[in-house]
Write a protein that binds this ligand. Structure first.
Ligand SMILES: CC(C)(COP(=O)(O)OP(=O)(O)OC[C@H]1O[C@@H](n2cnc3c(N)ncnc32)[C@H](O)[C@@H]1OP(=O)(O)O)[C@@H](O)C(=O)NCCC(=O)NCCS
Ligand code: SF4
Ligand code: SF4
Length: 233
């Protein structure tokens, strides 16, 4: 598509770090470029001094939409999502079984928990968890961890399928998501969180206040231990 001349969303909304004639330090997000005319045209259009980033920015339906308002909203959201502070921001959320977000968590679980064992999820296994609660943790918009909560009899919630992306482990993300899961389980009226911990991950759970109980057992070919923790009301 062609640029909707006069829109000027990209000449105002985005930050440009390279020099612009008249703005040697570039411009910050939301600042009107000095090369923009009153009717929203670029004074440098077609000239060699026009910044490289402006020449390269290609109009698209996704970015420009059908209206100037769409373009301003889209670019402001993009600018916000790519700020350095946003890239490090962590957010936990509950997601819906079967949703696009859920499918991304299944891919992460597959990668971290199943593929290393030469296994993968079947349609039936995924269908069987339709009444479970699915939690995800995002950092800068990227899914970095997930887990599944299954209600058991009495006041116990069981945490399953705890997985953190390989390049994000040991950064406190697993602990943050488990703490979010515990708060949700308590809100749902549960008084205990339980899990089948892989022996290799047992100290992750004990660090978080879980206690091992019962006999060691084998699940998906790996030694596991049952762990539990009372939930604060
Ligand atoms: C186990 C797992 C969920 C932990 O999540 P994480 O984000 O890496 O853990 P955190 O950074 O929140 O760790 C908190 C503490 O738990 C302990 N811990 C974390 N991972 C551990 C591991 N694999 N082994 C031993 N202790 C561990 C550490 O004491 C850690 O604190 P420290 O890094 O300051 O020493 C994650 O590493 C993972 O997905 N591993 C592969 C899959 C897996 O084993 N899942 C659990 C199935 S039961
Ligand atoms: S957002 Fe799209 S339509 Fe608006 S000025 Fe930029 S390229 Fe042109
Ligand atoms: S140089 Fe031109 S295209 Fe680039 S931001 Fe300024 S007005 Fe827009």
């Amino acid at each position: 598509m062609n640029c909707r001349v006069g829109c000027a969303a990209c000449c105002v909304t985005i930050s440009i770090s390279s020099p612009i004639p008249g703005m040697p330090n570039g411009k910050s997000a939301g600042t009107r470029c000095v090369q923009l005319t009153a009717d929203g045209r670029c004074k440098l259009y077609g000239q060699a001094t026009r910044p490289e980033i402006c020449v390269r920015l290609t109009p698209s339906l996704e970015m420009c939409g059908q209206t100037d308002e769409h373009a301003f909203r889209y670019l402001a959201a993009l600018e916000e999502a790519t700020r350095p502070e946003s890239l490090n921001r962590m957010r936990c959320a509950e997601i819906k079984h079967g949703s696009p977000e859920y499918r991304v968590t299944v891919a992460l679980r597959d990668e971290i928990l199943r593929k290393p064992l030469g296994l993968c999820f079947s349609k039936e296994q995924l269908q069987a968890e339709s009444t479970d609660r699915h939690l995800a943790c995002y950092r800068g918009g990227r899914l970095v961890a997930c887990l599944v909560l299954t209600r058991e009899s009495g006041g116990t919630m069981r945490m399953r399928q705890v997985a953190v992306a390989a390049d994000c482990q040991r950064q406190g993300i697993g602990a943050a998501l488990v703490s979010y899961a515990e708060r949700l389980a308590a809100e749902l009226g549960c008084d205990e969180m339980a899990a089948h911990a892989r022996e290799t991950a047992l100290s992750f759970y004990t660090q978080l206040g879980y206690t091992a109980f019962g006999d060691r057992f084998i699940e998906i070919g790996l030694p596991h231990v049952r762990v539990r923790k009372p939930l604060a009301k």
